[in-house]
Design a protein around this ligand. Structure first.
Ligand SMILES: NC(=O)C1=CN([C@@H]2O[C@H](COP(=O)(O)OP(=O)(O)OC[C@H]3O[C@@H](n4cnc5c(N)ncnc54)[C@H](OP(=O)(O)O)[C@@H]3O)[C@@H](O)[C@H]2O)[C@@H](O)CC1
Ligand SMILES: Nc1ncnc2c1ncn2[C@@H]1O[C@H](COP(=O)(O)OP(=O)(O)O)[C@@H](O)[C@H]1O
Ligand SMILES: [K+]
Length: 508
């Protein structure tokens, strides 16, 4: 499985590198692309009574002419619609020349029951909002309810941002080539694409080297090889010790959710640091998790010196005032290279008017730092990068990571993890069932735990986001945040399952 996710511009560079060898290599790739699309159509829509192929003026339209030819050569009923023809001498012009079906104008299009629409209007070359004749035909097809197969990208979907540019098709199936594009995975693009198939059209993997892609789909191969190992010599503190800062008497639940999640994710010891006024309520609800009083910075510092936790989490239920800010400073100041620090929820909001101070503290810290904002919290620290600016969610997270010096987890259905060095991952296994109070507290606890166990920040964040989402999917309807930590063992068994025979002796 290839996990790189490219931009349309990067794909263009890959295409150009692939077609450099000869004058007809471009048309060769186009024929392969069209054959891949036709193959998927025949496999999935064999019962269609006919095929409308809508072709644009560029190479996406060229792919469409290839599909039309291949379907027509099988004796199937095919009608092609196009307004502007391809540029003379282009690959698309060669494809049109080989196509036995004469194009009709878009205005002649009329839906017919049981026919399939093949969308080859615009793909990676979409440059401006879709309007006019193309917008009209998109509306007509949408109203007709006919199934749509999109070539490369549904027309109107921006392959970079995942957002529509003007009118856009909603496809049932999208067939793209070589690698997924960001717009296929970001919302709403992911929904607009329908099923997504990535076809091999003969471009060598090495063509990616020149592009230096640093964005991946978040899947276990990215981080499973460095998931913390346990052996016969492991003891509880060598598995990582996580400190979770609790809020006051009526906001303690969030920290306990995080603490339990940290323990379930493998930390050998977890301590809740509680204000005096919440000690008894925390004590009543904690069993394997330890508890220590920490009202002041000096009490926190004494704990850090005394117990040397390898991870800490500040934010869930912590409050947005001076205690949270001074605790953040103490954690960052005393961190070593082995320390993993997560700042979530209130710890992010506490710095809303002092973002640059916070970023300065993060940069000066020796620790591995992860910030886990949802869009609202993100906008408080990075108002100029908030959603709606036309910039993709991947780029917003990358810029925020670079600016803050922390690994960013920008949450949502399409959570982005971005490292300050430009690496980023797009998560794809979340379920809307995760939209429940406290679910983010569980996530931050898992990430703190994985860093405390030695994982680097980017991989810990990617792994945490994936197992958190997988837990949500495993439960489904009725999920509340309390369920998530208890689902982690099942998810981790599936992830690391090893067959054990009855006579096998344990070696590790
Ligand atoms: N070897 C390869 O390269 C391979 C590429 N492949 C295929 O090529 C596709 C990319 O092709 P592409 O670059 O020609 O872009 P494409 O999506 O056809 O659109 C460009 C045209 O549309 C126009 N236009 C844009 N927006 C518009 C709008 N809103 N409203 C109206 N017009 C608009 C734009 O006009 P212009 O701005 O130049 O005036 C230009 O004429 C890719 O998606 C894949 O399917 C495969 O064959 C595999 C091998
Ligand atoms: N619609 C959704 N689809 C998938 N995941 C979601 C959705 N809404 C929220 N989530 C996930 O649920 C978690 C919620 O975190 P957050 O908003 O911080 O909640 P809380 O503060 O209540 O703990 C995040 O991991 C987020 O990515
Ligand atoms: K298309």
């Amino acid at each position: 499985m290839h996990l790189e996710v490219v931009t349309p511009e990067e794909m263009g560079r890959v295409d150009r590198a692939a077609i450099a060898p000869g004058p007809h290599a471009g048309y060769g790739l186009m024929r392969n692309a069209g054959a891949a699309v036709a193959g998927e159509i025949l496999a999935r829509y064999a019962e269609a009574e006919g095929f409308f192929v809508l072709c644009g003026p560029g190479n996406n339209g060229g792919d469409g002419y290839v599909v039309a030819r291949l379907l027509a050569e099988r004796g199937l009923e095919v009608r092609v619609f196009a307004d502007a023809g391809p540029a003379t001498g282009s690959d698309a012009a060669l494809a049109l020349g080989d196509c036995p079906v004469k194009p009709e104008p878009l205005s002649a299009f009329q839906p017919r029951r049981a026919w399939l629409v093949v969308d080859a209007l615009f793909g990676a070359g979409l440059k401006r909002p879709v309007e006019g004749g193309e917008a009209a035909i998109i509306a007509e097809v949408s109203n007709s309810g006919l199934a749509v197969v999109a070539i490369d990208l549904p027309t109107g979907l921006c392959g970079l941002t995942g957002k529509p540019l003007g009118s856009a098709f909603s496809a049932d199936l999208t067939v793209t080539f070589f690698r997924k594009k960001r717009g296929h995975l970001l919302v709403p693009g992911r929904q607009i694409c329908g099923d997504l198939v990535v076809a091999d059209i003969g471009i060598a993997d090495s063509a990616l080297h020149a592009v230096g892609c640093k964005v991946w789909e978040n899947q276990p191969p990215l981080w499973r090889p460095i998931w913390p190992k346990i052996t016969a010599g492991t003891h509880k503190y060598s598995r990582g010790h996580v400190a979770v800062v609790s809020g006051g008497a009526i906001t303690t639940g969030a920290a306990r959710l995080s603490a339990l999640a940290a323990a379930r994710a493998g930390a050998g010891a977890v301590t809740v640091l509680s204000p005096a006024n919440a000690l008894s309520i925390n004590a009543m609800h904690l069993t394997s998790i330890m508890l220590r009083k920490a009202d002041t910075v000096s009490e926190l510092q004494a704990f850090l010196v005394d117990r040397k936790p390898s991870g800490a989490l500040l934010g869930p239920g912590a409050g947005t005032g001076g205690r949270t800010r001074s605790f953040a400073r103490a954690l960052l100041d005393q961190a070593t290279e082995a320390s993993g620090l997560v700042f979530d929820a209130d710890a992010i909001t506490a710095f809303r008017d002092r973002a640059d101070v916070f970023f300065g503290m993060i940069r000066a810290s020796a620790g591995k730092v992860v910030l886990t904002p949802h869009e609202g919290e993100f906008a408080r620290l990075f108002p100029e990068l908030q959603d709606g600016t036309g910039v993709s969610k991947v780029q917003r997270a990358q810029e925020a990571a670079e600016r803050s010096g922390a690994t960013l987890v920008l949450k949502g259905f399409d959570t982005i993890v971005a490292a300050p060095d430009g690496r980023a991952a797009i998560n794809v296994n979340a379920t809307p069932h995760l939209a429940t109070a406290g679910s983010g507290d569980v996530l931050s606890g898992i990430i703190a735990s994985l860093m405390a166990q030695g994982m680097p920040a980017f991989e810990a964040a990617c792994a945490g986001v994936w197992v958190h989402a997988e837990s949500g999917r495993t439960f489904g309807y009725g999920l509340v945040a309390e369920d998530l930590p208890d689902l982690l063992p099942e998810v981790l068994q599936r992830l690391f399952y090893k067959k054990v025979t009855p006579s096998a002796q344990a070696r590790s």
